[in-house]
Design a protein around this ligand. Structure first.
Ligand code: COA
Length: 397
C-alpha cells in the first residue's frame, strides 16, 4: 500500500471514491476547484486508489491563543477495499504531517465515535439544538436596526462581529486565515445572496449607535403552520447584542411558528425564555478532537495566579512523540513544559488529555468517569488547571 497526496489528475478518482462511500452522484469538478491539494489517498499495490481523506489546515482558538488545527473530512474507502487498514494508514500520514507543520489540534465530525477513538480522538463538545416558539421569542424587545445582506455588500461588519464572538471559545476557527485556502466568507456570503432569488437570508444587526453587533444566517424549513426558521450560522459580540439579534428574529413571527438555533453548551437555553416548558432543547455531542502536539498544547494552560506542577503520564499510540511523562510547571501566567524522568502522578490517554486541555470536560467531571487515585492537593491543583471552558466548533468540513 502507498499513501501520499494526490495529483490534480487523480482528483476525479478521489471524487469517485467519496461519492461511492457517501452514496452520492459525482459532481463535475470545476477548473477553479483546488481542494485536491488537501486530499491524501491510499493506493493498492497495482496503483488503484482505494481510500481518501481531506487534510484541511485551519487556525483555531485554544485557551486564548490561535493555534494550527488539522480539520479531517471526506473520510472514504471503496467497499471492496475496506478493513485493510487504508484509512488508518492515511490518518497516520496526516497526523505526522500535522505534527510536522506545527499544528496543535485536530478535529472532525464522526459517523461513529468508536471509530475515530481508535485514532486518539474524543468527543469535542456538546451543543444544544433549541426550538423556540415565536410566543417565547416575544420576550426579546426589538432595538437597534437590521439589514439583509445582498451579494456585493461589505463583508467587513460580519467579519468583525465573528472575530469578537469567537474570543474565548475553544475550537472556533479563524475564518480569515489565508493558510486554509478556504475563503469561507466568500463561499458563505458570496454571490448566492441575490435578493428574491434565494430562500436564505443573512441579517446584520446594528446597535442603536450603528455599531455592528450580531448577524444571523437563516433559512425557512417545512411548510405552512410548521414552518420554522433555521438559524444556521450566527455571531454576537455581547449579551446585549444577543438580545438585539433575538429582538430582530422575533419579527419573523409572521412567516414561521418557531426559530431553531444551535447554541453552545454554556448558553443554558432554559434560562433564556419566560416559559422554558415551551422550548425544546436537545443536547447533542458534536465533533471530536485530539491534540496533535502535547507540548504546545500544555503551554496554553498558563493562567495568571495559577502556580504549581504536575507530572502527566500521556499515552498516544499514533504520535509517540506525545507519549511519556511530561512535567507541567505553572508560575503566574507562564507554563514550562518538558519531558521528565520523574514518575507520573496522573496517567491518561491522548483522548482524555485532549478533552481536558480543550475544556470539553473539567477535571472534576473526569473524576466521575475515572478513578485517578490522586491525593487532595493534586486534585485541587488539577481542578484549577483543567476547568470547563467555552467552546464552539461549528465550521463545516
Ligand atoms: C468508515 C470507513 C471510511 C472505514 O474504511 P476502512 O478502509 O474499512 O478503514 P480501516 O480499514 O482503515 O479501519 C480502521 C479501523 O477501524 C475499524 N473499522 C472500520 N470500519 C468500521 C466501522 N464502520 N465501525 C467501527 N470500526 C470500524 C477497522 O476494523 C480498523 O480497526 P483496527 O485499525 O483497530 O484494526 C468506510 O467504511 C467508509 O467509507 N464508510 C462510508 C463513508 C463514511 O461513513 N465515512 C466516514 C465519515 S465521518
Amino acid at each position: 500500500m502507498q499513501v501520499r497526496p494526490i495529483t490534480q489528475a487523480e482528483h476525479e478518482r478521489a471524487q469517485h471514491v467519496k461519492s461511492t462511500a457517501f452514496l452520492r452522484v459525482s459532481q463535475d469538478i470545476s477548473p477553479e476547484d483546488t481542494s485536491w491539494r488537501q486530499i491524501r489517498a491510499a493506493f493498492d499495490d497495482d496503483g488503484t486508489m482505494m481510500s481518501c481523506v481531506h487534510d484541511m489546515p485551519f487556525v483555531s482558538q485554544l485557551n486564548g491563543r490561535m493555534v494550527g488545527m488539522c480539520g479531517i473530512g471526506g473520510v472514504a474507502s471503496l467497499p471492496e477495499y475496506r478493513r485493510r487498514g487504508s484509512i488508518r494508514a492515511i490518518m497516520q500520514h496526516i497526523l505526522d504531517d500535522a505534527y510536522a507543520r506545527g499544528d496543535v489540534l485536530s478535529t472532525l465530525y464522526p459517523f461513529s465515535f468508536a471509530y475515530y477513538r481508535k485514532f486518539g480522538y474524543e468527543v469535542a463538545q456538546a451543543i444544544n439544538a433549541v426550538t423556540i416558539p415565536m410566543s417565547q421569542m416575544a420576550h426579546y424587545a426589538p432595538f437597534g436596526t437590521a439589514r439583509a445582506f445582498a451579494a456585493g455588500d461589505d463583508l467587513a461588519p460580519f467579519q468583525a462581529v465573528y472575530a469578537q464572538f469567537i474570543k474565548g471559545r475553544n475550537l472556533a476557527c479563524d475564518r480569515d486565515d489565508a493558510q486554509t485556502g478556504r475563503p469561507l466568507w466568500h463561499s458563505w456570503l458570496g454571490s448566492k445572496f441575490v435578493p428574491g432569488k434565494i430562500r436564505e437570508y443573512a441579517y446584520l444587526w446594528r446597535d442603536t449607535d450603528g455599531t455592528p453587533g450580531a448577524y444571523a444566517l437563516v433559512c425557512p424549513q417545512g411548510q405552512g403552520d410548521d414552518t420554522a426558521f433555521e438559524v444556521y450560522d450566527y455571531a454576537f459580540v455581547s449579551p446585549r447584542a444577543f438580545r438585539g439579534l433575538m429582538g430582530f428574529l422575533r419579527l419573523l413571527d409572521g412567516q414561521a411558528s418557531s426559530i431553531r438555533i444551535r447554541l453552545p453548551e454554556d448558553m443554558a437555553p432554559h434560562t433564556l425564555f419566560p416559559q422554558p416548558y415551551d422550548i425544546t432543547v436537545s443536547g447533542q455531542p458534536r465533533g471530536m478532537v485530539r491534540l496533535v502536539h502535547v507540548e504546545k498544547a500544555l503551554h496554553t494552560l498558563a493562567a495568571p495566579g495559577l502556580t504549581g506542577e504536575v507530572v502527566l503520564g500521556v499515552q498516544d499510540d499514533m504520535l509517540p512523540q506525545n507519549s511519556g511523562a511530561w512535567l507541567l510547571s505553572l508560575e503566574d501566567g507562564h507554563a514550562y513544559v518538558q519531558k521528565t524522568d520523574k514518575a507520573s502522578v496522573f496517567n491518561l490517554n491522548i483522548g482524555l488529555l485532549s478533552q481536558l486541555v480543550c475544556g470539553t470536560l473539567s477535571f472534576e467531571q473526569a473524576t466521575y468517569l475515572h478513578d485517578f487515585s490522586l491525593d487532595e492537593e493534586q486534585t485541587a491543583f488539577l481542578t484549577r488547571v483543567f476547568p470547563k471552558r467555552k467552546q464552539l466548533l461549528i465550521e463545516r468540513f
